[in-house]
Design a protein around this ligand. Sequence first.
Ligand SMILES: *Cc1c(COP(=O)(O)O)cnc(C)c1O
Length: 229
Amino acid sequence: MIRENLDLIEERITKACERAGRPRDAVTLICVTKTKPLEMLQEAYDAGQRNFGENKVQEICRKKPELPDDIRWHMIGHLQRNKVRQLMGNTVMIHSVDSIRLAETISAEAEKAGIVMPVLIEVNAANEDSKFGVAPDRAESLIRAVSGLRGIHIEGLMTIAPYTDDPETNRPYFAALRELAVDISQKCIDNVSMNVLSMGMTGDFEVAIEEGATIIRVGTGIFGERIYT
Ligand SMILES: *Cc1c(COP(=O)(O)O)cnc(C)c1O
């Protein structure tokens, strides 16, 4: 079932790329594996997937040693500072940086580990009360404030758009995130690139691709509904 779901998602990604006049390899699919058992992750791996996303540090640390080494684990969830140390060496990118203090902690731990951690700045594109992320009009100042940190490299922006039945309602948020990334990249801030736009989930990834997503994060569409116990 997972292989079939992945085939369908792949077809939809390809079509969205065609509509947008973008090459297929401009978009990376992250399989969002939170709450899902190892067997399902292995199935996705066997179907060729290598980028997996989790929203809890404990879950990455528990699953990673049980699965092949060439999986690229992405931290996509809200991150507490006291969990940052455990992530070093266990993730290829942190998508959820939304405060100076968190960026400072990641940088300090990365320096201790002798690495530079790729990060994205999480933007609360629709200014929802329920969401983490920096407000769009504060993103640039946050980036300027943390760009000098030596243990991180800012690669771009991430957003979680509102939950909706009609993906078109999220198009303006995706377009605004892309514009924000373009604006910031034109400022040529040291140690900051804006090449990555992590946006789009099961309900709206095609629209996100049309608006410039370079990473989409899909869970339910691959693994089915999540059951939280
Ligand atoms: C759970 C989650 C997703 C995947 O959501 P689906 O609707 O299941 O595709 C994507 N991004 C983040 C940050 C998530 O927490």
